[in-house]
Design a protein around this ligand. Structure first.
Ligand code: NAP
Length: 256
């Protein structure tokens, strides 16, 4: 199918997108929003059943989607999912790296460090590396990585996570400079506390207390609110936003 790119660049209609971690939370909301805006979406996650349900939801609403099983730690799977996307859509214009884990662990727990850095940081490096030839070939290649407010501050017992998210910001800035001549933009969003599978284990009272004390908007965010920020970054018209790390945190880091 020939993509029907909008002429003003203010739409993702016809663009081919790959979203990792699309089975849940922010990735799921991003896949649904991009598809609702007309993009053709490969929804990839280590939980195949979850992405099959996302793809079914998109298709039922009249959109185009593909469900792919993907462990971002397995480079051959990463390459295969990129190949599947290109085979289905003939292009890959947008890559959103949402796959992530948050393991509470004491500093020095090397297993937690290895696992966390492998998924959260090297996982994004692998998908970008595999997608790069296609992103370069696009007239508006877009990469969005998901960092966290923990890329600016730190949470106790989350050193591996904090380091991985500082790394995601470093990766974003490094590539933004390295790919400057390619037309590919590389940006990150830094979500604050969002209601997803990752935060589901935190009790409602604790969430409310935290939000009242620490978040300017006094509530957790919803995955769709992060997806909206991601959509803005991947529009073809967002061509001068390069290496940006956008906080989507309800003003959490603005509170004194
Ligand atoms: P989520 O609901 O748990 O979604 C993450 C998805 O990634 C899950 O479907 C998960 O599958 C999948 N995944 C985990 N490891 C993977 C791997 N190796 N390969 C492929 N997929 C994998 O969490 P979320 O909150 O939407 O997280 C999305 C991103 O936002 C993460 O990078 C997270 O660090 C970041 N973030 C979240 C918050 C927050 O408050 N929620 C705040 C700041 C940043 P399983 O469920 O099967 O593991």
């Amino acid at each position: 199918m020939t993509p029907t790119h909008s002429s003003n660049g203010r739409s993702v209609s016809g663009r081919a997108a790959l979203v990792t971690g699309a089975g849940s939370g922010i990735g799921r909301a991003t896949a649904l929003l991009l598809a609702a805006e007309g993009a053709r979406v490969a929804a990839a996650d280590c939980n195949l059943e979850a992405v099959e349900s996302v793809a079914a939801e998109i298709t039922a609403a009249g959109g185009e989607a593909l469900a792919c099983e993907l462990d971002v730690c397995d480079d051959s799977q990463v390459r295969s999912v990129v190949a599947q996307t290109v085979e289905a859509y003939g292009a890959l214009d947008i890559l959103v790296n949402c796959a992530g884990i948050a393991l509470p662990a004491a500093f020095g727990d090397e297993e937690a460090w290895d696992r966390t850095l492998d998924v959260n940081l090297k996982g994004s490096m692998r998908t970008i590396r595999a997608a790069l030839p296609q992103l370069r070939a696009s007239d508006a290649g877009r990469v969005v990585n998901i960092a966290s407010t923990d890329a600016q501050v730190a949470t106790p017992m989350m050193s591996a996570y904090t380091v991985s998210k500082h790394g995601v910001v470093g990766l974003t800035r490094a590539l933004a400079v390295e790919l400057a001549d390619s037309g590919v933009t590389v940006n990150a969003v830094m979500p604050g506390p969002i209601n997803t599978g990752m935060t589901a284990a935190i009790g409602e009272d604790d969430r409310r207390r935290f939000a009242r004390r620490r978040v300017a908007l006094r509530r957790y965010g919803e995955p769709g609110e992060v997806a909206q920020a991601i959509l803005n970054l991947v529009l073809p018209a967002s061509s001068y936003t390069q290496g940006a790390c956008l906080r989507v945190d309800g003003g959490m880091l603005t509170v004194a």
